[in-house]
Design a protein around this ligand. Structure first.
Ligand SMILES: Cc1cc2nc3c(=O)[nH]c(=O)nc-3n(C[C@H](O)[C@H](O)[C@H](O)COP(=O)(O)O)c2cc1C
Length: 382
């Protein structure tokens, strides 16, 4: 069974739409759960006034009955309050760092308005809603996914999420920066955001996504396409303004010796135990039973108060870039988006690996797989 997620919608169009096909019958789909995630996506320090204009709430069009997936494709919408698309001016002066120029050349246009509208991160509202449906399916299987901010504007905000991701989620949601780190870090990062705002500048940063309870052996080593790592990296790189991803120690592992880096394999109960988790829960493109740990780097946002140099696409003459409403930083919001796209990708791999038309069948297939691993590998050395 393949999980399909498709979104449609423009920043100032009537609505954002998502189709989520392949969620098994019986999987919980609570409106309140999705709306809480949508609210979290709109929150956080550094957000623009657009987030105060919109009141994102999900409307179901298909595939849900009595708070559960029916097994039919799920259709959902989030209505835009600011739906001025038809009345917005053309964009003849593309903004550096945005899709405007490349998109105009891609379509052979001198007006980038349609590109601006679709490339906008407003689209992530639809993916967060779809991700919240995937996350509820995963939670029913004992798999939890949490995104949190680990740095903004160079200020370190990292703290371990620990094993109880739901407790960490409460701490994350209480933080303006969606971070788990120290109050001192928060104070410094908030001051840096305020200073950037005053200067008309923008800040980037890093988010981390942790997933626990993932069954061993998700993905496959056989081909690049079967690897869990390939799908997760693509999911994160597909988010607007993400410029790098890491699995486990990622780029940081290059400074270590092999003997320091690799997680030893030790005798254990149920399956061999591991001496650490520098690999971030994935080896050979497959989940190894440890927590999956991923990071995504976000660039400082491209729209600045002082427009960057550009050209008028109609004349080719120099002209300042058009300015659209913009955030100072979207790193705290990325934490929620990253969590959502990782949930979608993990759910996709669970569906591929374990199949099943009803949630109960998926649960039984995972239990069977766990028993098989225990029987074949669990008793050795004891
Ligand atoms: C949650 C979120 C909010 C964003 N808000 C803004 C913003 O307010 N201003 C801006 O210039 N870019 C913003 N971006 C990033 C742009 O959408 C993105 O940089 C642009 O579409 C070009 O794509 P690229 O950076 O992936 O090349 C945001 C991204 C995310 C994930």
């Amino acid at each position: 069974m393949e999980l399909l997620v498709e979104t449609a919608g423009e920043s100032h169009g009537a609505a954002l739409t998502a189709i989520v096909a392949g969620i098994p019958a019986g999987s919980p789909v609570a409106e309140a759960y999705i709306n809480a995630r949508l609210k979290a996506r709109q929150g956080g320090a550094g957000a623009s006034s657009r987030q105060k204009t919109e009141r994102d709430e999900v409307l179901f069009g298909a595939g849900v009955r009595d708070g559960k997936a029916t097994g039919n494709p799920i259709a959902l919408q989030i209505l835009n309050r600011d739906k001025t698309y038809e009345h917005l001016p053309p964009v003849h002066t593309p903004r550096p760092g945005h899709a405007d120029l490349a998109g105009a050349m891609n379509r052979g246009l001198t007006d980038a308005r349609d590109i601006v509208e679709r490339s906008s991160a407003r689209e992530t509202a639809a993916r967060v809603a779809a991700g919240a449906i995937a996350a509820q399916f995963l939670e029913a299987l004992g798999i939890h996914v949490l995104g949190h901010t680990v740095s903004v504007g160079g200020v370190d905000l990292h703290a371990e999420a620990g094993v109880d991701l739901e407790a960490a989620r409460a701490r994350r949601d209480a933080s303006d920066l969606h971070a788990l780190g120290s109050p001192d870090g928060h104070t410094e990062a908030l001051a840096r955001i305020a200073a950037a705002k005053k200067a008309g500048d923008t800040l980037g940063g890093i988010v981390e996504v942790v997933a626990t309870g993932v069954p061993v052996g998700l993905g496959g080593h056989e081909r690049p396409e079967t690897k869990l790592s390939t799908g997760l990296a693509a999911a994160l790189m597909g988010v607007q303004a993400v410029k790098g991803t890491e699995i486990g120690l990622g780029f940081r592992c290059t400074g270590l010796k092999g003997s320091e880096l690799h997680d030893t394999i030790l005798p254990g109960e149920g399956r061999p135990a591991r001496g650490g988790n520098n690999a971030g829960g994935i080896e050979g493109g497959m989940s190894n039973g440890e927590a999956i740990v991923l990071r995504a780097a976000m660039k400082p946002l491209a729209t600045l108060r002082e427009a960057l140099p550009s050209v008028d696409l109609r004349t080719g003459e120099a002209a300042p870039a058009r300015i659209e409403r913009s955030d100072v930083t979207a790193v705290p919001r990325l934490a929620i988006v990253a969590e959502s796209v990782v949930a979608i990708e993990l759910a996709r791999h669970v569906r591929r690996r374990f199949g099943g038309a009803h949630l109960d069948e998926v649960l039984a297939a995972i239990a069977h797989h766990r028993a098989r691993v225990r029987e074949t590998l669990g008793t050795r050395g004891h």
